[in-house]
Design a binder for this molecule. Structure first.
Ligand code: ATP
Ligand code: MG
Length: 422
């Protein structure tokens, strides 16, 4: 596993147990020291390297793989999925196309890959600063609202939805003596997107260019695809809820999606094409889409060559019996993945978000039958303003017979949860 820290790690550990597979991790020494106990205990060995130094990491991991008879490379942490593709290629194991793999990490290269493959996706442009953002958004007619996001990041960090260059965007901030006057909110959004020069916790240097995208209205969905030997196996479609307004934070997910069957198949088809477009050949891809009202065209917002976060592995398995983590491991081992649903239930997850940032005094999630809750932060923790997913206080997962029941149950638990902030 090339960096298993993060939400999918625990599902990979369970999956490996079921498959009788031994797991090894490639990571940094200090990052490994911060792993939770269950993850450390699940590992048969660790390749301590510097994942930000590609030649060194490849040499270290190559030697480690040979020494331990490694049979498959599982990409995990999104920013290192291209590195996993390079490693698999170098040692002759099933993996993703190393020539395309950067497109699964960098949203500018992703936009290019989607355009060459004819994938429906938002129109976009690139900017280096606010004045350029204003100019190119105008030149490309990206209008209002406008989505501003970092080229490389996740968790909705640095993503803002603002009025475009022609929007009634309040006060204007002068930029340079003869440059255009850039609306203040656009300038702030560009600053927010450029804030990330290095990724936590490995210190990987990020592309600080800013991506400007046309805003796609409508319902939001995700669909994962397992690819094995270049053959795509669609996974269930999940409906996503987010906050409205400037910051879009995922507030919950429900499986099944509630879409009619023909549209489900269309979403799965577009997700599979998006996965192939970013070079996924052996492994899983997580694709997010929006469907404008009154249309049946899913627009791809992004694809990652990794398992989903947000406990989606749990939600999908609770609803359908399909373990995405098992399927991912099978694919990277060159096996045919198990992707056929074995049940027709439903599950929904809701995240508890604070109304504002501050110090967490208390959070409690009631226990209702068919649900289980988990608190993410302890009292005394400093909670950031609700601008991205790092502000989440906890979550609840509900299982039921139908999607509406599961969502309703999870919403009831979330509504009865108590949060006190100082
Ligand atoms: N072009 C767009 N049109 C409409 N909404 C968008 C667009 N781009 C992003 N969004 C909204 O912002 C959210 C975060 O954007 P995006 O998925 O690109 O960033 P991210 O940091 O990779 O997110 P995450 O890791 O949370 O999935 C999306 O889930 C969606 O709600
Ligand atoms: Mg996303």
């Amino acid at each position: 596993m090339v960096e298993p820290m993060g939400n999918a790690g625990r599902f990979l550990v369970e999956a490996a147990d079921r498959l009788g597979v031994r797991l090894y991790a490639a990571t940094h020494k200090d990052v490994h020291e911060g792993y939770p106990q269950w993850l450390r205990a699940a590992l048969a060995g660790v390749c301590a390297t510097d994942l930000t130094d590609t030649p060194r990491a490849l040499a270290d991991m190559d030697a480690f793989c040979r020494q331990h008879g490694i049979a498959g490379v599982a990409p995990c942490f999104e920013l290192f999925t291209p590195l996993a593709a390079l490693l698999a290629d170098r040692i002759g194991l099933p993996g993703n196309d190393p020539r395309l793999a950067r497109a699964a990490r960098n949203k500018i290269e992703m936009g290019e890959a989607f355009a060459s493959a004819g994938i429906p996706a938002p129109r976009w442009a690139v900017a280096h600063d606010a004045a350029e953002a204003y100019r190119v958004a105008r030149a490309h007619g990206l209008g209002r609202p406008l989505v501003v996001k970092p080229a490389e990041q996740g968790g909705s960090w640095g993503v803002s939805v603002v009025d475009g260059p022609d929007g009634p965007d309040g006060p204007r901030a002068a930029h340079g003596s003869d440059g255009p006057e850039v609306p203040e909110r656009l300038a702030a959004a560009v600053d927010a997107a450029r804030r990330f020069t290095h990724a936590h916790p490995h210190g990987l240097e990020l592309d600080t260019r800013v991506l400007l995208q046309e805003y796609i209205p409508g319902g939001e969905y995700s669909c994962d695809t397992v690819v094995a030997g270049g053959v795509t196996y669609p996974l269930p479609v999940v409906a996503k809820d987010t906050t409205e307004g400037r910051y879009r934070i995922e507030t919950g997910h429900t499986c099944p999606s509630g879409l009619p069957a023909p549209l489900v198949r269309k979403v799965q088809h577009i997700a599979a094409r998006a996965a192939l477009a970013v070079g996924v050949r052996n492994g899983i891809a997580h694709t997010e889409m929006k469907i404008p009202p009154g249309t049946e065209t899913p627009y791809v917002i992004e694809t990652g060559a990794r398992l989903p976060g947000d406990n989606l592995c749990e939600v999908v398995e609770a609803a359908t019996g399909v373990s995405e983590a098992v399927a991912h491991l099978q694919a990277v081992l060159g096996q045919v993945p198990d992707t056929v649903p074995s049940r027709t239930g439903a599950a929904s997850i809701r995240f508890l978000l604070p109304e504002h940032g501050g110090v967490l005094r208390r959070v409690s999630i009631p226990d209702l039958p068919g649900t289980h809750g988990e608190v993410h932060l302890s009292p005394g923790a400093v909670v950031p303003e609700p601008a991205d997913s790092s502000c989440r206080l906890g979550h609840v997962v509900a299982r039921a017979e139908t999607a509406d029941q599961a969502r309703g149950l999870a919403e009831r638990v979330a509504a009865r949860s108590r949060v006190e902030m100082g």
